[in-house]
Design a protein around this ligand. Structure first.
Ligand code: SF4
Length: 426
């Protein structure tokens, strides 16, 4: 029996559709690792290879995030027309199961570990059910090792992505992590992580956790175990890392060279409203300096369009990033993703302009902001990105290339090229 696992392509109108230094999502390789050996499995990441509709599998499973939903549904419809059974899963079908089932034979809701075997058994017995709901969160013990060997290696900048924790102890209004994983923060046994890493190739490692320091005691144990491996790693972390010097020192010693940090806003009121009070704006500069002093470069995330943002926000954020020498930044237009509290609140206030999921890529305005028009927010966002990845800003931020200069140099250049192509494609 042939099983085809698919990630749909990002829209060309999105920055993410244009980035050339790709790394693979773990969803498909994990699903492959949960599948019995009698299946002949292939993986298609449409961002690197097109789906071949003339070479049909017996069963296809498509993993869908919201901005990829339109394309995912299109692939599902085309495969079903040719008689292939299709299962949809991932965060978007989990939040929008009634919409998703219109394009599928079955929808997996929640984490695959709990339901995938049953869905495959039912398929083999010609008894696929419309919904497979995982009632519990899976145990982080003995997670199977993702089947990275099924990936087209040459198509990726690197493939060393690995997860050590699931979930996040915080619950920000705009984020779907907590609505997907519940208020759980589950950690894998450190020995399992180290064992999985022994199967990976050398070079950079990207821990794709939503917050690698969500439990300081676990993070310390993990970082201690990483020290002898002599690797360089990147991950995502909350600013709480800066408050625990032992944790920060261990991160540095274990090879942390960069962290994705969600600053989100320079307004304490906005942070309070979004439920991100772990961030204190008055502590930002000091926190950035401390991370830099530990040799850790920063990719900062900033959101535009909160109820407290007016048109001054774009230049304020840009100035802050340049002054503090944040190596790279990711700007996002506030986006009311399905299942988030911000979506609930915007629906109540009738502020959502469109549910064209392709536009839910955090590059497009899909709601009515309070202190700007949608057009002003869009133009300001575009302007800020253009300035951020202009050569002047790149040099100002990176010079004198002390912290992972090569990595952040490539990252900045890649974002610059991708943003130019994104605007050209609009
Ligand atoms: S801290 Fe980050 S991952 Fe956690 S809920 Fe907030 S935005 Fe999501």
């Amino acid at each position: 029996m042939k099983l085809l696992l698919i990630t749909p392509k990002w829209p060309d109108t999105s920055l993410w559709g244009q980035i050339y230094f790709r790394f693979p999502y773990l969803a498909l390789t994990t699903l492959a690792s949960l599948t019995d050996e009698d299946w002949d499995i292939s993986i298609i990441d449409e961002n690197v290879k097109a789906v071949d509709f003339s070479n049909l599998p017996d069963l296809a499973a498509i993993s869908i995030m919201t901005p990829l939903a339109n394309r995912g549904y299109k692939i599902a419809d085309a495969l079903r027309k040719k008689g292939v059974k299709v299962i949809l899963g991932g965060i978007h079908p989990t939040m929008m199961k009634d919409e998703a089932i219109a394009h599928a034979d079955a929808v997996c809701i929640g984490e695959a570990e709990q339901v995938w075997h049953q869905a495959l058994r039912d398929f083999k017995n010609s008894g696929l059910k419309p919904f497979y709901h995982s009632d519990n969160f899976c145990s982080p013990d003995r997670l199977s090792i993702p089947r990275r060997e099924l990936l087209k290696r040459k198509s990726y900048f690197f493939i060393n992505t690995i997860q050590t924790t699931r979930g996040c102890p915080f619950d920000c209004e705009f984020c779907s992590v907590t609505s997907f994983y519940g208020r759980t923060y589950r950690v894998r046994p450190v020995k399992d992580v180290i064992d999985e890493m022994s199967h990976m190739e050398g070079g950079f490692v990207f821990f794709v956790d939503d917050n690698i320091v969500g439990r300081a005691s676990y993070a310390k144990e993990l970082f201690r175990a990483l020290i002898p491996l002599n690797i360089k790693w990147f991950s995502q972390a909350s600013l709480s890392i800066v408050k625990d010097r032992e944790l920060l020192n261990l991160a540095q010693k274990s090879g942390c060279r960069g962290l994705f940090i969600g600053f989100e806003s320079l307004s304490q009121e906005a942070l309070k409203a979004m439920g991100k009070s772990v961030n204190q704006v008055k502590e930002y500069k000091n926190a950035i300096r401390t991370l830099h002093d530990h040799g850790i470069g920063i990719q900062g995330s900033f959101i535009f369009g909160t109820d407290f943002d007016d048109q001054t926000i774009f230049s304020d954020v840009l100035r802050f990033i340049e002054k503090t020498h944040i190596e790279a930044a990711l700007f996002s237009v506030l986006t009311p993703f399905p299942g988030t509290r911000i979506q609930e609140h915007m629906l109540k206030e009738n502020r959502i302009i469109t549910t064209d999921w392709e536009k839910y890529d955090m590059n497009h305005v899909v709601f009515k902001p309070k202190k700007m028009t949608p057009g002003q927010l869009q133009n300001g966002f575009n302007w800020a990105y253009k300035r951020l990845y202009g050569y002047r800003s790149i040099i100002l931020r990176l010079f004198p290339f002390k912290r992972s200069g090569l990595f952040f140099g490539i990252q900045n250049y890649g974002f610059r090229q991708a943003w130019k192509k994104t605007l050209a494609g609009e």
